[in-house]
Design a binder for this molecule. Structure first.
Ligand SMILES: [Zn+2]
Length: 397
């Protein structure tokens, strides 16, 4: 860190080692955790903040927060990242497990999931494929997955470290974890170490796609825990540099997530959609102006309605909601934050200190406008509001 603590010195790209880096985004002080649950409003408002400085690597297309400090994020404490309370997300996870089952015969084989969260996906994969599973995650909570830690599935409540993985896996799963890892090149080395030179293994990664974020100026998708941001191409380049072939690569979940399969290289040629570097360089160059425009739009949207005496709510008390509020300094202009996750309700959001409401609380104080933090949930949320007899203005970011 520099003298001011605000402008860390430039370091080489953690994905490729390149030095053709350009700063494309900067926030001076955002909450260092946006999935955390706070018990009091005061605690939530006083939550630690830190700067975020996104650099773009013109050599490989990787985007990363060069001011990120992993020590500031405590994944083992009160992280609440599980999206498994949504029917939409559950169906998606089941379909993904079915796809893995169609591509790999994992019956009786060993699957390692790096960053397994609460373990729901590994449980589903074991159910569909008959694989033995080992899930590794510092935030795993045994009580939340009763009966799962047994003969077929086991969990290690810790950060992934090749030294603690007893058996070489046949299949490696890593969903929504790579974006939390600053030294992404080192993760590739760690995976290679755990595979011990085996060639007959499969790897499955799911990671948020940043191309849409760059294209749309989607600032709510940028927050402290996400220090590493990929496109299809930069994701694939990371694996190719580590001696792997990318065997399947596409966008899923309303084009929000990168789905990538890889195997130790046998020299297969790149897939068509890996070649995105020129396009992503153009998007990165346009991003500073784009994100400023989108931030101004949403600030005006909320403040105009608030000034008219309308009750504005946001639906989604996770990272996107926290980023939406804190990035633009919105406070009392947003009256309600709604989330269907019962573990979030009654708690307070870091930064602004908003209380998280249950949808069941809404009929008494109905919102005039609901801003949905993820467009994929619009039909689900629209149906739920309608079933309660509520017809607010309903929009998605
Ligand atoms: Zn790079």
């Amino acid at each position: 860190m520099s003298d001011t603590g605000m402008t860390p010195p430039t370091k080489p790209c953690p994905a490729c080692g390149g030095t053709a880096l350009t700063e494309i985004y900067r926030l001076d002080a955002i909450p260092v955790q946006s999935c955390i649950l706070l018990d009091t409003e005061a605690e939530a408002r006083d939550f630690p903040r830190a700067p975020l400085v996104l650099d773009f690597c013109a050599d490989c297309g990787f985007v990363f927060n060069r001011a990120f400090d992993l020590a500031k994020v405590d994944y083992a404490s009160t992280t609440e990242e599980s999206q498994h309370f949504s029917g939409t997300f559950n169906r998606f996870a089941q379909e993904l497990a079915a796809e893995v089952a169609s591509l790999y015969d994992l019956k009786g084989k060993r699957t390692l999931e790096i960053g397994c969260g609460k373990g729901e996906f590994l449980q589903e994969l074991a159910r569909q494929t008959g694989t033995q599973g080992l899930g590794v995650d510092p935030g795993f909570i045994p009580e939340r997955l009763p009966g799962a830690d047994g003969q077929e599935i086991a969990f290690q409540r810790e950060y992934f470290d090749p030294a603690t993985i007893a058996d070489t896996p046949d299949f490696v799963v890593c969903r929504h974890t790579l974006e939390h890892i600053p030294e992404v090149g080192k993760l590739m080395d760690d995976i290679a170490e755990v595979l011990k030179g085996r060639r007959d293994v499969g790897i499955f990664f799911e990671t948020p796609d940043v191309r849409r974020v760059l294209d749309e100026g989607a600032f709510w998708d940028i927050y402290y825990e996400h220090c590493s941001y990929f496109t299809l191409g930069s994701h694939a380049r990371l694996f190719r540099r580590a001696g792997m072939d990318v065997t399947k690569l596409y966008l899923a979940y309303d084009d929000q997530y990168i789905i990538q399969y890889a195997e130790p290289s046998t020299g297969r040629p790149p897939l068509d959609n890996e070649d995105d570097l020129a396009a992503v360089r153009t998007l990165a160059a346009a991003f500073p102006a784009k994100v400023a425009e989108v931030r101004a739009h949403w600030t005006k949207f909320v403040k105009t309605r608030h000034a008219e005496g309308k009750r504005v709510a946001i639906w989604g008390g996770g990272s996107k909601g926290v980023s939406f509020l804190t990035t633009n300094g919105l406070g009392p202009e947003v009256a309600q934050v709604i989330d269907i996750n019962p573990h979030k309700q009654g708690k307070y959001l870091p930064g602004t200190g908003h209380l998280v409401w249950s949808p069941d609380d809404l009929p008494g104080t109905p919102p005039d406008t609901v801003i949905v933090m993820n467009p994929i949930y619009l039909p689900e949320i629209g149906a739920q509001l309608k079933s309660m007899g509520l017809t607010p203005e309903l929009v998605a970011v």
